[in-house]
Ligand binder design. Sequence first.
Ligand SMILES: NC(=O)c1ccc[n+]([C@@H]2O[C@H](COP(=O)([O-])OP(=O)(O)OC[C@H]3O[C@@H](n4cnc5c(N)ncnc54)[C@H](OP(=O)(O)O)[C@@H]3O)[C@@H](O)[C@H]2O)c1
Length: 240
Amino acid sequence: MPTLLITGANRGLGLELVKQFDARAWRIHACCRAPEKAGELRKIAAGPDGRVRVHALDVTDFAAIGGLANALGAEPIDVLFNNAGIMEVRQRPLDQQGEAQSFGSIDYEEWRQILRVNVLAPMRMAEAFVDNVAASERKTIVTTSSILGSIAMTDSCRWVGYRASKAAVNMMTRGLASDLRERGITAVCLHPGWVRTDMGGAGADLTPEESAHGIAEVVDGLTPDQSGRYLTYDGGELPW
Ligand SMILES: NC(=O)c1ccc[n+]([C@@H]2O[C@H](COP(=O)([O-])OP(=O)(O)OC[C@H]3O[C@@H](n4cnc5c(N)ncnc54)[C@H](OP(=O)(O)O)[C@@H]3O)[C@@H](O)[C@H]2O)c1
């Protein structure tokens, strides 16, 4: 039975991914900031066979990442899934969204926090759990990126903080793929599509189920020759 460790598992895509891999009977370490508020996740974890375990983890708390790594010891992790991410720090009215990340009105503290969550944390997770991943059968690290991280497809500075964070995490993934190849580890970044979560909004193209189902299929079928690629939830690939 393969094991998944996933961040941001309490809502949105993370929660749907837990459901998808639970349906495949994987063992799951589901991490979220506030388990006491994660009712739906805890309901899944209350299943009869104890395959799904919930852990408190704010991914910007590096001591907590180390603590979780210590708690899991040498347990193999087949897929380390860096899913947690933010697009902005404060929720703003629709007509003001993106303003704090537009040229001329940039909120640099917001940008720093986006980088902490979207870039530094995935790298710290990879460092903390690399031995667990290397000890597993599938040896896979997946990091959720976005089409907004594609430099080739960028034609606007709007949401520059988020865009830059996803471009950076793409670079990180490419570097990890290269450095960890000799340990047999496959590292990919993955665009989930535009999804109807709190982040994607009600007008997005896909339901969380559609996206997470596609992602689970892609992850399930990953092969080492795909390491270092910028994949999409439906099996496609994006230009860097
Ligand atoms: N939705 C889309 O259309 C879309 C498109 C492209 C890429 N993505 C990417 O897909 C991933 C999931 O997005 P989503 O749509 O599911 O977003 P979401 O509904 O806003 O959920 C974000 C998740 O990240 C968690 N999170 C935020 N900061 C955290 C921290 N410091 N530590 C731990 N967890 C933290 C949140 O936990 P809390 O509940 O505690 O805040 C929540 O579980 C993100 O990386 C996002 O950038 C989404």
